[in-house]
Design a protein around this ligand. Structure first.
Ligand SMILES: Cc1ncc(COP(=O)(O)O)c(C=O)c1O
Length: 456
């Protein structure tokens, strides 16, 4: 299957105020019936009418370039024909089925395809529906394999929404853990390495992100927990929700050497980074990482139906008796959609496209950091980019109002991206297949929006 990026037939255009009248009326109904956090229409002031290609249209007929792509779960655009055909054909044949009780061929085929793609000595798979369940499964497997209780996590990472994960390792927002953190023992945390808000860095001079591991060695392992009590290290190869942060090769070399020294299992959370997002099939490839457990979600769906899972080595999974999954995990049609997505990814054109998107993002946003005082940093890897706004040049103090204004200005120009009130991060997470022309145009609109807001 060849993927050929081409200019979309249609183009973004916004012809009403946001929200438009139809959106307004549905948002009012939403406000009356949904749970608190879902009532907020501040950051997304419109209601989805339909999606096609890499565009979405609201119920008032406004069209936006889609830089959210279902938070990465629609990696090949709205309805990739190969995925749609595979899902419907397989559903026609098998209907809904509970795959952990009754096997069908698509389940086995998906497991075979994923372990063949995975780095290192990965040979096995365990089905889940969500990334959250995959992370929880990995924690269970690491404890089972080692007989040790503690998981080492990193501040700023996000791993999912279960009570256990939000209370312990999903530390991307302090409000998440309120009222529940104290009920979840068994986790120690150190800062995730990053050069913008560099932990332990006294600068000036280049930042050495292995300082976080000095802290682990000199403080955590000395005063808080013995290395022999740690079952595994749970880490995202690129921290997504914390703002597309990319540790150095030296960091990975030292961390994996500590894993070998102390018998810690490497639990690599590729729910967000995996399946092409970072320009390689798995982000692990960029640093030669060989995880014991590798977690997949989002992009693995191919944009069809919900699929996530734990991949692991024979040592971790062959003789395991830990139960994972659930009623809906890897129902056959979802597996067939995921396999069709892997066929699209296998082509190679998709990965080349993500790397082109990375180059376009850097070309537009890196000079903007020098130009605009309130743009503290801009980062990109693969089809993923992040702008971090600050109050003034040289400061790392977040500027949420500036960011919010940029988000609205970009939306008025037809660009829909990720901007949450609780995080000082404006992010682009388009489909891997977004046409470079549409992506370039979107970056230009964002740059114009930033200039507009900076001018006041
Ligand atoms: C790195 C990472 N792990 C786990 C999850 C949780 O996945 P899900 O939302 O499918 O439960 C996410 C979701 O954003 C994620 O980014």
């Amino acid at each position: 299957m060849t993927f050929t990026p081409s200019v979309a037939a249609d183009w973004p255009r916004v012809h009403t105020d946001l929200p438009g009248p139809r959106s307004r009326s549905i948002l009012d109904r939403k406000d009356a019936v949904l749970q608190g956090p879902l009532r907020d229409a501040e950051n997304v002031p419109f209601v989805l009418g339909r999606k096609y290609g890499h565009l979405l249209e609201d119920v008032d007929g406004n069209v936006f370039a889609d830089h959210v792509s279902a938070w990465g779960a629609a990696p090949y655009g709205a309805q990739p024909p190969l995925v749609r055909d595979a899902v419907t054909r397989t559903w026609d044949r098998y209907g809904m089925e509970i795959s952990q009780y009754l096997a069908s061929e698509p389940v086995v085929a998906l497991a075979e395809r994923l372990v063949a793609l995975a780095p290192g000595a990965i040979t096995r798979a365990a089905p889940t529906v969500t990334g959250t369940e995959a992370v929880e499964g990995a924690v269970k497997l690491a404890r089972e394999a080692t007989g040790r209780p503690i998981i080492l996590g990193f501040l700023g990472q996000y791993h999912g929404e279960s009570t256990y994960l939000t209370a312990s390792v999903s530390t991307d927002m302090p409000g998440n853990t309120s009222g529940i953190a104290q009920y979840v023992p068994g986790v120690v945390l150190i800062p995730y390495p990053q050069s913008f808000r560099a932990p332990f860095h006294e600068g000036p001079g280049p930042y050495d992100d292995t300082l976080c591991l000095d802290y682990l060695r000199d403080w955590v392992l000395r005063y808080q927990v013995e290395p022999s009590q740690i079952a595994g290290v749970l880490i995202e190869p690129v921290a997504g929700e914390a703002g597309i942060l990319t540790p150095s090769q030296a960091f990975w070399d030292r961390l994996t050497s500590m894993c070998r020294q102390y018998g810690w299992k490497l639990l690599l959370d590729e729910v967000q980074t995996g399946l092409g997002r970072c320009g390689t099939v798995f982000a692990a490839e960029r640093w030669g990482l060989e995880p014991d457990l590798l977690l997949v979600g989002k992009g693995v769906t191919g944009g069809g139906q919900a699929v996530a899972g734990v991949l692991g080595t024979d040592e971790m999974m062959a003789e395991s008796t830990t139960h994972l999954g659930g009623t809906y995990a890897w129902e056959p049609a979802a597996c067939a959609g995921a396999i069709a997505g892997l066929d699209l990814l296998a082509d190679g054109t998709v990965l080349a496209n993500t790397r082109e998107l990375e180059a376009i993002a850097l070309e537009h946003f890196t000079p903007l950091v020098d130009e605009i005082d309130q743009l503290g940093d801009a980062r990109a890897i693969g089809a993923w980019a992040c702008l971090e706004f600050v109050t003034e040049r040289g400061s790392v103090e977040p500027a949420p109002e500036f960011q919010h204004a940029v988000n609205l200005a970009a939306m008025r120009r037809g660009v829909f991206a990720i901007s949450e009130a609780s995080k000082p991060l404006y992010r682009l997470q388009p489909a891997l297949t977004m046409e470079p022309e549409l992506f370039r145009w979107s970056c230009e609109q964002i740059a114009a929006a930033v200039r507009e807001v900076a001018r006041g």
